[in-house]
Design a protein around this ligand. Structure first.
Ligand code: FEO
Length: 180
């Protein structure tokens, strides 16, 4: 059983995850537009992962007998200065999400809601991986600088990223394991 404060905070986090998906979809579209198909693939996989994050929260709220409340999703930026700009904005956004998850964890601990605290552990771990992936790519982009060949090589590397559907444990419901 979730209390009102926690239901509101979870619905807020659901909205942030949907915005994250929207943001990375926009970056994927921008990458396609500028001819970097590997970058476009990387951001498309990131979009799919964010939809998984959103649906995990959606399913958890439902499973706890509370009501999901969908809010408006903000318009993401659609113009970016460079591939480095996209990844710097990605890292900045992920730091914001990490802060938000940590605040949510503080709230549920304060409310002695141990079930939700356990639920959030997956997100806390996921954020470590997300930020680390972004830092790796930013470092590569800084090394590449203005070297077009280096950028094309990184584009080939990012083309290899594959969306791996999560284990079905928290995905009972309409999403199944397929990409949205
Ligand atoms: Fe759902 Fe990228 O955090």
């Amino acid at each position: 059983m979730l209390n009102e404060k926690i239901i509101n905070a979870l619905n807020g986090q659901l909205n942030k995850e949907l915005y994250s998906a929207y943001l990375y979809l926009s970056m994927s579209a921008n990458s396609t537009f500028i001819g970097l198909k590997g970058f476009a693939n990387w951001f498309m996989v990131q979009y799919q992962e964010e939809m998984v994050h959103a649906m995990k929260i959606y399913t958890y709220i439902n499973d706890q007998g509370a009501k999901v409340k969908l809010k408006s999703v903000e318009e993401p930026p659609s113009d970016f200065e460079s591939p480095l700009d996209m990844f710097e904005k990605t890292l900045e956004h992920e730091k914001f999400i990490t802060k938000s998850i940590n605040e949510l964890a503080d709230l549920v601990l304060g409310e002695k809601d141990h079930a939700t605290y356990m639920f959030l552990q997956w997100f806390i771990n996921e954020q470590i991986e997300e930020e680390s992936n972004d830092v790796d790519i930013i470092n590569k982009l800084r090394l590449i600088g203005n070297d077009g060949n280096g950028l094309l090589m990184l584009d080939k590397e990012l083309a290899l990223r594959v969306f791996v559907p999560p284990a079905q444990t928290q995905q009972a419901g309409s999403t199944g394991g397929t990409a949205p």
